[in-house]
Design a protein around this ligand. Structure first.
Ligand code: SAH
Ligand code: TYD
Ligand code: ZN
Length: 409
């Protein structure tokens, strides 16, 4: 079997640096009576392009298997994230959307968590969202949604009906899209001459620095850096003109692209490029060291959980995240170690986690009675969840975290 693949950005050779083995679809929660032999698996492995330095998955999962009318991730499930997106909307209103009747397109608007604020402000807008489950929620809020995948043909169609956009925005979506050349040529066609494409995604620099290996799963195809984004933009008539590190989802970067030559890049771009160079983020040796840390975390977490089980302690999971599919399947955590995972999303409740078949229960199950330990899969929402679950700690309960390392708090 060849462990090489072709870069989805530039066609260069991608060299593999880590293999998580056979993994299920991270958001495919099973009904308890589902035919488990029909579960879909693929090989989850990561590599880096020797030419453009883009870090990416070695194997691609067909998009319709991931994003469809039962997609269960609802962006509005976190109060912290709701505030994050409302603040961005306010900032766009004050900066990029001050012209005459500006038009905004959001790629992957999900349940309308960001676009809702712009719609309320009377901004002409369109969300493009292929997953019917969440698109319907956005539409019910009065947001204009087109239920389809964004790609070049979608952009051309929007251009004909609505005209050019002052802002195109995508959060936690661009990194999901292997056919990224089609997206960027669509963006270049759809943007006003001085318009911007703003997108934010998990940052490779944070993933490596914090060993947050669970950011790697089927839906997260690309792991961006300023350098790889700059190269990718340039291939598509665009230019990286700003970057901003943001603290959400364990560390992301918000990138701003403009049409080539339209805007002067900020000093932040040069600064982040220099930091990445110093950290050797483009060097496969750095990524192989990350892989060694991932293996160490795997063994420590497995040892901790089996030790607690041997001591008769009760441990449950908190947050049936997409990320947790990588953790449970890679570490080997099933219902014998975690009798259930609780999650606030109705579409995940009373189902089984992909691959490992741990029952998902509503949050009320958590306190009925409290376990001795809770493995926090939604560690990126730790502040919000720990604040809401203070009574767990007061009952003597302890949280288990595994990013940046395995520890009990
Ligand atoms: N922007 C939201 C949602 C992120 S989840 C947030 O930050 O919370 C990723 C979303 O991208 C899903 O809702 C998925 O259906 C959507 N998506 C996947 N491929 C897409 C494409 N080609 N065009 C538009 N949306 C897409
Ligand atoms: P998240 O970490 O945002 O994303 P991903 O699935 O991409 O890894 O998912 C958070 C999950 O945790 C989501 O299923 C909702 C759930 N959740 C709770 O159960 N309680 C909470 O208080 C919060 C904030 C989230
Ligand atoms: Zn490449």
């Amino acid at each position: 079997m060849s462990n090489d693949s072709q870069c989805r950005v530039c066609g260069g050779a991608v060299r593999e640096f880590f293999d998580f083995g056979r993994q299920p679809l991270s958001d495919a929660f099973l009904l308890p009576n589902a035919d488990q032999s029909a579960e879909f698996f693929f090989r989850l492995a990561t590599g880096i392009c020797g030419d453009c330095t883009m870090v990416q998955l070695m194997e691609e999962v067909p998009r319709d298997r991931m994003f469809h009318d039962e997609y269960p991730y609802y962006s509005s499930g976190s109060a912290y994230m709701r505030t994050h997106f409302e603040e961005l909307a306010k900032r766009l209103l004050a900066t990029e959307l001050t012209g005459d009747d500006p038009f905004v397109v959001e790629v992957g608007c999900n349940d309308g968590v960001m676009l809702g604020a712009l719609a309320d402000a009377g901004i002409r807008h369109l969300g493009v969202e292929p997953s019917g489950s969440v698109a319907d929620v956005a539409a019910a809020k009065g947001i204009k949604v087109r239920k389809s995948f964004f790609e070049l043909s979608t952009a051309e169609d929007i251009l004909r009906t609505e005209g050019k956009a002052a802002v195109i925005y995508a959060a936690n979506t661009l990194c999901h899209i292997p056919y990224i050349g089609s997206i960027l040529s669509g963006v270049a066609a759809l943007l006003e001459p001085t318009g911007v494409f703003v997108f934010e995604d998990p940052y490779l620099g944070d993933i490596v620095a914090r060993t947050s290996f669970d950011q790697i799963y089927d839906e997260h195809f690309f792991f961006f850096t300023a350098r790889s984004v700059q190269a990718m933009a340039a291939r598509n008539g665009l230019e990286l003109v700003d970057v901003e590190r943001i603290p959400v989802h364990g560390g992301e970067v918000r990138y701003t692209l403009a049409l080539a030559g339209a805007r002067q890049p900020t000093a932040a771009v040069a600064d982040l490029l220099a930091e990445e160079k110093a950290d050797k983020l483009d060097d496969i040796a750095t990524l192989r060291r990350f892989g060694e840390k991932v293996l160490a975390t795997k063994h420590e977490l497995a040892a901790l959980l089996s030790g607690l089980a041997a001591d008769g302690k009760r441990v449950v999971g908190y947050g049936a995240t997409a990320k947790s599919a990588t953790v449970t399947n890679f570490v080997g955590i099933g219902p014998e170690l975690l009798p259930f995972v609780c999650d606030s999303t109705p579409a995940k409740q009373n189902r089984l986690t992909p691959g490992t078949h741990i029952p998902v229960q509503p949050p009320q199950a958590f306190s009925d009675p409290y376990p001795d330990y809770a493995l926090l899969f939604a560690w990126n929402h730790a502040d919000e969840i720990m604040a809401k679950e203070q009574a767990f700690r007061e009952s003597g309960g302890k949280w288990i975290l595994y990013v940046p390392d395995v520890r009990i708090v």
